[in-house]
Structure formats: C-alpha cells, structure tokens
Design a protein around this ligand. Structure first.
Ligand SMILES: NC(=O)c1ccc[n+]([C@@H]2O[C@H](COP(=O)([O-])OP(=O)(O)OC[C@H]3O[C@@H](n4cnc5c(N)ncnc54)[C@H](OP(=O)(O)O)[C@@H]3O)[C@@H](O)[C@H]2O)c1
Length: 381
C-alpha cells in the first residue's frame, strides 16, 4: 500500500495530461498545481442525481495556506441535506460546482511561508462550514483547519468533528449531570447515539436507548449493551407501563432527553422525563414535527430546546474547541469511545474515475438506507 510519503516521492511532475489520470499520477508540491479527485455537484438536488466525480486543479498554495491530502471522510445525513438544499448551511458553489462532505481528516502535505501553527505531517479536521471533504486534496487557509491528534485511527479522526462533539456538548451543556444520573435518547443506534452511550458510560451516567423495531432487534440491543447502554427499548415500548417500571428501577429520575427523530418518538420520550428535565432536539430523522402532550410540560416543568453543533463551533473559542477535542481523543485512546460502526469504501491509487464514481455512489446509497446501522466512510490511499 502506498503512503503519503511515497505518493509525494512519486508525483512531483510537470505537464502531464490530467484527464483520466489515476490517483497515483497526481502532482503534488507547493509550487506546482495539484489535481484533486472530487465528488462535485453543480446545483442542488438528490445527491445521486447531482454529484459526479471531477478532476479539479488546485492552484499553487498561498503563503497562509496549506495543501492537505484527505485520508478519510464520512457521509453524514447533513451532507445529504446540504446538497438537497434543505440545510441552513449551503455548499460552497464555485465555477466548477461544490465539493460535497463536511467532515473528514486530512494530512498536511505542504505549507506556505507564513503558516504558523501547522507543519507538514500534521493531521487536521475542517474548522469551517461546507469545507468539501469528499476529495483527495484541498488548499486551505490554516485558520480553517483544526489540528488533531495522530494517536487515534484515521476512522476515529475522520468522524470526530460532528457526532462525538454533538454527544459531548449535549451531555455537558444543558443539565448539570452527576454520576448515577439518567438520560434518555432516541435514534440510539445512530453515530451520535453510539457516542452518547459511550461518553455517558465513561462519565458514570445511565442511558435509556430507544430504537425502531427490526427483525434483528435483539442483536442490535446486544451491540448497544456492549457499548455501555443501560436499557434498550423499542419505540412502541415508550408508552408501556412496564417501561415506566424499568425506568423507575434505575433509581434516579430521567433528567435529560436527546431527540434526533421528532414526531411521536419525541412525545413518547417526554412521558418518561422526570421533573425539571430538558428535552434537547438535534435532528429530525422522521421528518415529523414536534408535538408534545401539554400535561407533562406544565406539571413536570419540562424545557424543550435545540442544539446545533455548527452554532457551537462558530461561537466557541479555539481554546474551548481544543480542550474538547483533546478530551475526546483521551476517551478514544483510553478505549472508552470506539470508532462508529462503519463500512469503509476505499478509493485506491489505481482506480480510474469511473471506478471512483461507482464506489462513491454505492456508499451513498447505503448511507441513506433505513436500518443501515453503519456510517459509510470513504478512505483515500
Ligand atoms: N444538531 C446537530 O448539531 C447535529 C450533529 C450531528 C448529527 N445531527 C443529526 O443527528 C441525526 C443522526 O446523525 P448521525 O450522523 O448519527 O446518523 P446516522 O449514524 O446515519 O444514523 C441515522 C439514525 O437515524 C435513524 N432513522 C433514520 N430514519 C428514521 C426515521 N424515519 N425514523 C426514526 N429514525 C430514523 C436511524 O435508525 P434506523 O437504524 O432505525 O434506520 C439511525 O439511528 C441526524 O438527523 C443528523 O442530521 C445533528
């Protein structure tokens, strides 16, 4: 397998035709332009209809810029919503279109003269919106990137900037949770849900985890228990008296609810919340609006609010972000926070453009599937 170093050695060449090049024939150096293979859309629409592989010329980097080579990038629900045009953050459309993907990890392979905080070999994650991570190379001002520890796997690093911070912030910022406290979440098998279970377990917090019923429910429940889930229940059990009993037996009222589904599921969760609890909505996977029974809100003094990681990211200082990422990396290195369940799609150096496009489209179709259960992650050799 070729490493970045061998790629660097093999690819500083001038004047080769770009059309139909394989990944192994890319050019790379500070004073040469670089070709990036990218999944690009020219307009909003269903990703499968509007995305296609393009070769983009990345001009020589400026003094305050770095050239990065992507190592891995996931396909998240918000990436899809963004391309569809139904997300508050829009893709960065340029003359050639917009590169998809917001999350991923890349290695710095060249740095301009005035770059202060990054050096060749560092791993970085985007620290700006709509970066465009479904591509092999990108040039970026250093302040649009956040350095990340290299002591974690590239799969963990490529999925560290959206879902683990969402889980981390929601567990920290809404209710002052203590050891032994109980929280409840739906969509518990999502990547965010998996992170919630593991971070909560590491901090001594019990979790009630709600998932949709499926033929292999027991297997899924078993996997979630292995991550550290305290209880795993089906959506339809939210209203059962037997569930109330199970929750009571946990010994503490439920102080926080995390909702990424909406509709009936969110309402069901409010029935199990304790007095003065908060319900934090961060996703709307069912595409159903939030409607709550009036009683629980009045008589239990519930609060409902939203959380958006992009807003936190925009408002937080570099220092606060670094603190959180260091903490998350510690959890990963300590074995408390595993890679999300995933399928890896490898873009190989020898792949031609047609193959890269086909591989991406296959991963994309799995990313949108119900009961898919696995994050689709693109890795670049
Ligand atoms: N607000 C924020 O800052 C923020 C940050 C990160 C993520 N999010 C949101 O959080 C959600 C999860 O993201 P992720 O990356 O963790 O997703 P993911 O790993 O792709 O998982 C998707 C989850 O949604 C569930 N789901 C899909 N369709 C559903 C439906 N019709 N009804 C109920 N559940 C359904 C899936 O359950 P099944 O297995 O049953 O299909 C699965 O649990 C998304 O809505 C995402 O946009 C928000």
């Amino acid at each position: 397998m070729l490493s970045t170093q061998s790629l660097l050695k093999n690819t500083i060449v001038r004047g080769i035709p770009t059309s139909g090049m394989t990944l192994s024939s890319l050019k790379l150096a500070t004073n040469y332009s670089t070709i990036s293979k990218a999944m690009v859309c020219e307009k909003h629409g269903k990703p499968k209809d509007v995305l296609r592989l393009k070769e983009l010329t990345i001009p020589k980097i400026k003094d305050d810029e770095v050239l990065v080579k992507f190592l891995a990038a996931p396909i998240n629900p918000s990436d899809i919503n963004q391309i569809e045009g139904v997300y508050p953050i829009k893709p960065r459309f340029k003359k050639y279109g917009a590169v998809g993907g917001n999350e991923g990890v890349a290695e710095v392979v060249a740095a301009g003269n005035k770059v202060k905080n990054l050096t060749v070999g560092d791993w970085v994650i985007p620290d700006t919106k709509a970066f465009g991570t479904w591509q092999t190379f990108a040039a970026s001002p250093e302040n649009e990137l956040q350095k990340i520890s290299k002591n974690i796997s590239k799969i963990s690093a490529s999925t560290i900037s959206v879902n683990p911070p969402t889980a981390y912030r929601m567990l920290k910022d809404f209710v002052n949770l203590k050891k032994g406290d109980v929280i409840i979440q739906n969509g518990a098998n999502s990547a965010v849900g998996q992170a919630v279970i593991q971070i909560a377990k590491a901090w001594g917090i019990k979790t009630i985890n709600v998932v949709r019923d499926r033929p292999n429910f027991d297997e899924l429940a078993d996997q979630l228990h292995k991550l550290g889930a305290t209880l795993v229940i089906k959506e339809e059990d939210l209203r059962a008296n037997s569930t109330r009993e199970l929750v009571k037996n946990l010994g503490s009222p439920v102080r926080l609810g995390l909702n990424c589904v909406g509709g009936k599921s969110a309402n069901g969760i409010t029935r199990l919340l304790g007095h003065n609890a908060s319900l934090v909505t961060y996703g709307g996977m069912s595409k159903q609006p939030l409607t709550f029974g009036t009683g629980p809100f009045i008589f239990k003094n519930l609060k409902a609010c939203g959380f958006w990681n992009s807003r936190w990211n925009k408002e937080a200082s570099k220092k606060d972000k670094q603190y959180m990422f260091d903490d998350l990396c510690e959890l990963i290195r300590g074995g408390y926070l595993a890679e999300p369940w995933h399928d890896e799609t490898k873009w190989e150096l020898s792949d031609d453009n047609k193959t890269l496009n086909r591989k991406f489209m296959k991963a994309l179709s799995k990313a949108g599937a119900s009961f898919g259960n696995k994050k689709q992650i693109l890795t670049f050799e």
